[in-house]
Design a protein around this ligand. Structure first.
Ligand SMILES: Nc1ncnc2c1ncn2[C@@H]1O[C@H](COP(=O)(O)OP(=O)(O)OP(=O)(O)O)[C@@H](O)[C@H]1O
Ligand SMILES: [Mg+2]
Length: 233
């Protein structure tokens, strides 16, 4: 579904992604783990068109999307739920969700709202509330709901559990599993490697802009190297 081959991405003189290659297959949850600054968010931003690779190629659903605009990439069904949620604080929950559907045919809006409100009942209770007044967990749900309104074929999630209480973290991971089971392929960036490896099919480990390990999520979770470096035991 997604094939990234040998991309190099720079911020000025900083070489942030180095000859990086990954693949995501239809139906999978693939997780990217790695320390702060490894390049995880940079990779998601490059996939969604916010950053352009200097060299290398990105193919999505058998088409090249290398260097394409954010809007063209969203239209193909590749949707990014960014780090730090980025909801529109002065708009209501409902208005934020509607923005997620801006490229969709308006006839599908009622069904899309219903689907998101079924997945996140909290958002229905708060649909008229200003997004800036929601709790951190509710804002995360809104950010994910907004992404789902765009009919993602591949959903990019950047640190969805960051800063949330343990119970909520569990909810978020359960919802990611449900969304995937309902047919959306997921590329998940997580600092919570333990939980991410539990729900993912496959994983890549990034270090200073390179893939240093990849494989089956369960096998990686059991490997001594991963346990020492990322799982804290
Ligand atoms: N706008 C920018 N300008 C210059 N350098 C940047 C910029 N954004 C990121 N970088 C650098 O690129 C590297 C990768 O950053 P990135 O944000 O992708 O890491 P990350 O793996 O998402 O880390 P974290 O876990 O902290 O979110 C880092 O060295 C970072 O300092
Ligand atoms: Mg990041």
């Amino acid at each position: 579904m997604l094939k990234v081959q040998g991309i190099n991405v720079y911020y000025g003189a900083i070489h942030a992604l180095k000859e990086l290659s990954i693949e995501v297959r239809q139906g999978e949850i693939v997780t990217l783990i790695g320390a702060n600054g490894a390049g995880k968010s940079t990779l998601l931003k490059t996939l969604s068109g916010l950053l352009k690779p200097k060299t290398g190629s990105i193919n999505f659903l058998d088409k090249s999307i290398t260097g394409q605009s954010v809007q063209a990439i969203v239209k193909e069904g590749l949707i990014h739920c960014p780090e730090g949620r980025r909801v529109f604080a002065n708009m209501s929950v409902e208005e934020n969700l509607e923005l997620g559907a801006y490229l969709q045919d308006s006839t599908s809006l009622p069904a899309d709202f219903e689907k998101v409100y079924t997945t996140f009942p909290k958002l229905l209770e708060r649909k008229k509330q200003q997004a800036g007044t929601l709790s951190g967990g509710e804002q995360q749900m809104l950010a994910m709901g907004r992404a789902l309104m765009g009919h993602p074929k591949l959903l990019l999630l950047d640190e969805p559990s960051m800063g949330l209480a343990p119970l909520l973290v569990q909810d978020i991971f359960n919802i990611i599993k449900e969304v995937n089971a309902a047919g959306t392929t997921v590329l998940l960036v997580e600092q919570n490697a333990h939980q991410a490896l539990k729900i993912a099919h496959r994983a890549y480990v990034l270090e200073t802009g390179r893939v240093v390990l990849e494989g089956d999520a369960k096998e990686l979770a059991d490997s001594e190297e991963i346990k020492m470096a990322y799982l804290g035991h």
